[in-house]
Design a protein around this ligand. Structure first.
Ligand SMILES: [Zn+2]
Length: 175
């Protein structure tokens, strides 16, 4: 995984692009939680579930189908004014977790297509330093990971947000 902090990058970028008119603070907070949620699967290690099993780390909880179900359920509970936008936003937040994991340079890939396919997927290009699990994060290695995530996740997303907001402004001026 990228670090748990960097999984918040996509919900934050999405919130900045869509704006407060469509996404309330509660929706954005839910998006951040959903983006981090899949890594709860690490509790499986303590229960004897192997990394490569369907319910192991980066397994079922990282799939797009689970993200779609959780996104819809969370949107139904929040009862927002813009249901479709919010459901799509929450799905994207959670789905981004497995997709970002697929860009890391270690561990196993993410079971993005579970339950249809148990295969673990990696992106063809994997620039994100994999985050150490547990206490080993609080070492020099943890800092190196954060540094790599700054360039591979936060900076490109910040560029994307600036670009979209600039385009919105230009379009608004033309109307
Ligand atoms: Zn993960």
């Amino acid at each position: 995984m990228p670090t748990i902090m960097s999984h918040a990058a996509v919900p934050i970028a999405g919130a900045l692009v869509l704006g407060h008119g469509r996404l309330t603070t509660a929706v954005v907070a839910t998006g951040i939680v959903l983006a981090m949620l899949p890594d709860l699967d690490v509790i499986g290690f303590g229960m004897g579930i192997e990394y490569g099993e369907a319910w192991g780390h980066r397994g079922a909880s990282h799939s797009l189908l689970v993200a779609a179900i959780c996104g819809l359920l969370a949107a139904a509970l929040l009862r927002p004014a813009h249901f479709k936008t919010v459901a799509l936003y929450l799905f994207t937040c959670m789905a981004s977790h497995g997709i970002l994991d697929a860009f890391t340079n270690g561990g196993l890939g993410a079971a993005l297509l579970w339950p249809f396919d148990d295969a673990r997927y990696f992106a063809p290009y994997r620039p994100v330093e994999v985050s150490p699990i547990g206490n080993s994060f609080f070492t020099g290695r943890g800092l190196a990971v954060l540094w790599s995530e700054f360039f591979t996740i936060w900076l490109p997303l910040a560029g994307f947000v600036v670009l979209v907001l600039a385009m919105k402004r230009v379009l608004a001026r033309q109307e």
